[in-house]
Design a protein around this ligand. Sequence first.
Ligand code: ATP
Ligand code: MG
Length: 263
Amino acid sequence: MSKTKVICFANNKGGSGKSTTCSNVAYNLSQMGKRVLVIDGDMQLNLTLSFFPEDEALGFVQSGKNLYSAIKDQKSLADFIIPTAYENLDLIPSSTLMSSIEYELFTKWQREFILRKCLEPVKATGVYDYVLIDSPPTLGGWVMNIMCASDYLVVPVEASPWGLFGLANMFDFVAQVRSIAPTLQVLGIAITKADERKNYFRQTVEALQGYDNITLFENYIRIDSSIEWAQDNSKPVGAYKKSSRSAKEYLELTKEIMEHAGR
Ligand SMILES: Nc1ncnc2c1ncn2[C@@H]1O[C@H](COP(=O)(O)OP(=O)(O)OP(=O)(O)O)[C@@H](O)[C@H]1O
Ligand SMILES: [Mg+2]
């Protein structure tokens, strides 16, 4: 059995911090000596842009060395891996063509499990300790593929007035996924873009603590402009400014995620 742990980051609410959390947790795990593959599952290319400048990200779209080509033709993801600038950290880039991935899936046999099947040869090599997958802000056949390919789900939630809206829909969706992929576990909820001075921060924490059987990670990420500067420079915040508050907070969150994932 493969020892690779697959963790996806999903929330149908846009801008909740999925890509930021996925990229920073991946970087931190790799800095701790874990071998990590990150997969960009979103046509917005935000995860790819977290590690590569725009011209290189668009180069992956044009060359066809991206997730869309692999899924469309049901090829092994092993042939689509790109090394990043960081040791122990590789990426499968996304493509703007991911906008039509639902159509591609539609006619395929066992269409909920295409990503899982394409990922299998990568897991079989035993090269990676972790595979982390970033999701688009939707709930549909493609996100179902992402969840069916994962052992664990991390849900980044923005501490904002609308941050919790739609979360119940997502957990209903997860229940549907678990009916066909019963091993998927919700690892926990991670609060992002927190501002402790605002009332709704407390409200968000209290509401999330009230979810039965779902862990709310103790470490949360506060609003920090270093995140945006880092992303503008195509770097994880830990690589851009290690001394920044968010770099330290993401490090603590990474350790907590690792503990919960059993390693
Ligand atoms: N802690 C933070 N402090 C300040 N800005 C942040 C923080 N976390 C994320 N952001 C910013 O918030 C925006 C949304 O974050 P991100 O792209 O990670 O969310 P997302 O859930 O992946 O969005 P989408 O649903 O569009 O994929 C980005 O512009 C990002 O720079
Ligand atoms: Mg995103």
